[in-house]
Design a protein. Sequence first.
Length: 275
Amino acid sequence: MAEKLGQPVIVENRPGAGTAIGTDFVAKAKPDGYTLLMTIDSFAVLAATQASLPYDPVADFSPIGQIMNTHWVLVVDPALPIKTFKDFVAYAKARPGQLNYGSTSPGGSSHLATEQIFKAASIKLTHIPFGGAGQAVSFLLSGQVQVVLLVGQLALPYIQAGKMRPLAITAKERASVLPDVPTLAEEGISEFESGAWTGLFAPRGTPAPVIAKLNATVNEILRKMVHDKEYSPVYVKDFQVPAPSTPADLARIVREDVARSKATVIDSGINVKLN
């Protein structure tokens, strides 16, 4: 972006409160196109799990466009006597309340997505929340939880080493690095054609011509990445797919994710507070 726009683009990390601290900073910034928010799908999920956010993800931002889709893989302890997603569903139904699943952040996107998958499959597992993906991986490897929904690039080395068994991937089509792993849609869970997303936003009130210029710049970069022979194999292996889009596309994704997440929270009785 710096090259295309002819000025420095500085990345300032503002972590904390499940992404809410950095998000709130941008929500209150001057809407001139010089302060932007690059964030993940927790942007929409927090609206469902947190009762008192200092901003509204729909009303307080002007979407610029999507950056990436990152696909998840549903993995299980290979010691379980199951080979497929259908095996897993049957196994769980025969053992109500006996199996545990881990999430990489309580109230985060992996937590809610897992609940959505299990609801669609009509199964119920006990949730074990962790403060990060590393803990969830450790507990799965030790057999203390039986299943975790992990981002593909984290799961892949363990899958290749035989330490995790993949059951399905959240994507429109199978991943070239895991060609034998079906999509959730193939397994009958049609609403999961994508996993986690990354998007770019500006504060509400940013002028439309500024949004249009930023969107065009980002899309030009993303389309180049798709055809870049050096970068293409990297994002394929990391399950990250560049996602050129319009501001309207990203706005729709946020609205749908907020609504879906709120429905999941109500159905599952999730109550989470982030520090």
